[in-house]
Ligand binder design. Sequence first.
Ligand code: ADP
Ligand code: MG
Length: 779
Amino acid sequence: ESVMEKVLQKRSLRMRNMQRSWQESPEGKMMLGFRKSLPAFKEKEGLLQSIVRNQVIVVSGETGCGKTTQLPQYVLESFIESGRGAFCNIICTQPRRISAMAVAERVSAERGEPLGETVGFKVRLEGMKGKNTHLLFCTSGILLRRLLSDRNLDGVTHVFVDEIHERGMNEDFLLIVLKDLLQRRRDLRLILMSATLNAELFSNYFGGAPTFHIPGFTYPVRAHFLEDVLEMTGYKLTPFNQIDDYGQEKLWKTQRQLAPRKKKNQITALVEDALCKSSFESYSSRTCDSLASWSPDCMGFNLIEAVLCHICRKERPGAVLVFMTGWEDISCLRDQFKAHPLLGDPNRVLLLTCHGSMATSEQRLIFEKPPPNVRKVVLATNMAEASITINDVVFVIDCGKAKETTYDALNNTPCLLPSWISQASARQRRGRAGRVQPGECYHLYPNCVYEAFSEYQLPELLRTPLNSLCLQIKSLQVESIGEFLSAALQAPEPRTVQNAIGFLKMIGALDEKENLSNLGKLLSMLPVDPKLGKMLVMGAIFRCFDPILTIVAGLSVRDPFLLPQDKKDLAGTAKSRFSAKDYSDHMALVRAYEGWKDAEREGSAYEYCWRNFLSAQTLQAIHSLRKQFSFILKEAGVVDSDASINNKLSHNQSMVRAVICSGLFPGIASVVHRETSMSFKTRDDGQVLLYANSVNERYQTISYPWLVFGEKVKVNAVFIRDSTGVSDSILILFGGALINGVQAGHLKMLDGYIDFFMDPSLADCYMKLKQELDKLVQK
Ligand code: ADP
Ligand code: MG
């Protein structure tokens, strides 16, 4: 012990010397000067004392006041200064990988060190940390994963959980686990950080933990709502007249989040009115065929253009931050602006984007000063709301929506819908304009819509399926999932929990008594949705590992096939070249990936991606994920070290199809052929449409009775994304029942499908199968 102690003491001294010499250097002094100007600095001593005295504290403060970059750094510095630097181990979680990376980079720059020395980061697939790292920024998911194997967080002295006001699922989950851990680790310190002021909620959760508020200074921001914006940009909002019931109903359906019902008529009428205005017509016809579209976004699009032009022509200098609904909208708008006489002119406008999947190089650009007389315009998702601060923003344009996953527990369907943000988010967005001088915020919705927003957003835990979460909970050796989750800040509905448990039983991750099976243990180690994890295992068992590895990696990142708005057709044609009439988007993905590997070997990867409308960045991510998955499965002994054994059947198309089916069931749609057309139906939704980019969208007929799919999205209609054609026999053999062991649940589920589709040939097959299975059960 004393040897270890000595080593650490020596290292601590070295750390102190390095810190002091940096702080005394000219650059160090300058950096320190900047840091001292942040509002958090005034609270430094009080905060440090409070952290020593209390096991848990809650800190809130205006975005940009220095919570994330300063607070963990204060703790680190004070340890180093007191000669105990090597004895502290600080973890600070971020909800998104991109902010974990950006913050770690910033903090190490503030300390004059390369990234990966004292300050490091770790996110899925990437990380920079070393044996000298004492302050680690990671995603909340990474910390949860660590807690699975290191239940006491041995050696960790401080945990900061950041952006808790967002109420992300992982954060809420972390808090349950940490609350329990604090009992066992009385020396551990927990610091919760939040941008908005709902500190009491968290304080109460931790038995009245002290709260700290960092008073920040921001300049006033003037709010303009739709009425003003329309006026300003030359559109007139006439008083709304009769809007037929159908119109209202349609709008209402896509805007469930618009809380108080009594306000419905007024609000929908106003928005609808704006939507119906003839000046918007040309836009709505274009945007309505894109998935992300029609509600206020249709008018949002050209309004954004109008407001941007207004700012560029008439307003004082300053960067513009545009909050948009999602990544699709952003890329679509960016492409559209390329040809714009003003917004597309690089001598006048520097157009940047900010979203979860942007490249690090692009990310750096958004913090930089633009050249003189060029206006910086950043198109962002709600990521720029709190976790990333762009200092020179003076104008904010807020579309009022964010893409949010919601979960329909009754139908057990996740939906990814654009929905209205909360009042807290809207205020937060507005506040981003007042960092350096008084700002302006243009909300592209009427004031009465804002009034109807819910106060805070519904916590993610209450609006997502809990399959993955429940599996993780089980691997923490928790007895009852329900009991565990009832300890959350806001517990999810029992029905949602039951659905998840039922699902995990169905795929065999849990046994009848809800204990983790061997398969369950394995799946909890794989950082993917348990359903996809299962597909991987099946791929290994049925000896077609390689293609399945690519498919699962692809399904768990993004689609590498790009779909630029103005070249939809070309992109579709390019993708269909990868489909050798096998009616499968998944196999097209496999071919595209393999082609990319070949092209890389020949040094023509760039051209290959360009020609085929593929994203090199996504392909690279797929490549890394493949490696990670196969490493885990090799360690676990699921795949053979001899690749030729794992891939004995990789060229057998039916086998690959069957394994895809086993992973994606119960995502199935029946193919309904009519004389001249073809349509698709699922049991729960009735008619569904194929996503524009699907290879199956291009065929006149599909020579399979079924399509299996991984994801459906409810917009104005239900769309299914990537799909693969399968035969009756594959569906029966791999659609849940046989492979998953004999369980009454599957049979019931299949029953439902048979009844629904009433396909006599299938029913026949099914009866035989059922008799076989019944015999087995009796044994
Ligand atoms: P908070 O977490 O309270 O929102 P941060 O600690 O993230 O605030 O940021 C504090 C300040 O540090 C910001 O206002 C900004 O001025 C500066 N800052 C943060 N990240 C960067 C960066 N990557 N580049 C330059 N300045 C940054
Ligand atoms: Mg922060």
